[in-house]
Design a protein around this ligand. Sequence first.
Ligand code: AMP
Ligand code: MG
Length: 275
Amino acid sequence: MKTNAKRFAKAYAVTPGQRFRLAGCDTAGLKAFPSKEDARVQTVKDAEAIDALQDRLYAEGRRALLVVLQGIDCSGKDGTVRAVFNHCGPIGVRITAFKAPSADERAQDFLWRVHKACPPRGFIGIFNRSHYEDVLVVKVKGLADKDDIERRYAQINAFEALLAETGTKVLKFMLNISKAEQAERLRERIATPEKRWKFNPADLEDRKLWPDFMKAYDTAITRCSTPHAPWHVIPADHNWVRNAIVARIVRETLEEMNPQYPQPTDWTPSRIKVV
Ligand code: AMP
Ligand code: MG
């Protein structure tokens, strides 16, 4: 399938410099994907294409892709990783889930653990939560000094610029679910024995802070959607819509990077005989 390069990324990217608000954003996304079946077929095709492109990226060994996944509890971060990257072998993909920082991590600046987890050249790195927690949950719950948090937006932009300038393409996705959909998913986690491990009673406390989290997201997305590391806000109430959009944007981005298999410069394949 030929992709209409940049069409998807553009449709969901947040324009740098513009004030962004989640309120009023569509969380369903059914206009782009009215059919679940079509969306699933396209996602599988895109995931296979991503696998082939990842092989080239790994072989080329010169650049990296960093995919940042953010979203409120139950927004589908794990499910997105599974749908979009399951076709990639484990060789060239690294996933990092960021939890509350350890004592050692808290003894350093907030980007220390993040920088260490960034993908080496040739790799796709996936962040399940990220340095953005340091301006989201940390802000909402007052876990750091206000002035320190205020400085972090510029620090994040400078950090992401450093990554971009040194060969790492940064793609950021906010998985946007409605409050009603989160309630459904929390209820399902509680009711399903196989899903209970994902439930944390503290999630209900975070849910009470929903408006504060949305406000913190608005600020982070407004201040940190940059030309070198744009935010994409993805309608995520339906898993198949979410997966299809993220897979397409990742595919488009890798196609645009267009990694190449390196060819030998010091020997000629046609002159070599293996006996
Ligand atoms: P989960 O992703 O559901 O496993 O939960 C991870 C938890 O770690 C979430 O409640 C996040 O808010 C929390 N977390 C991640 N990064 C940070 C951070 N930098 N500071 C405080 N809490 C964090
Ligand atoms: Mg959780």
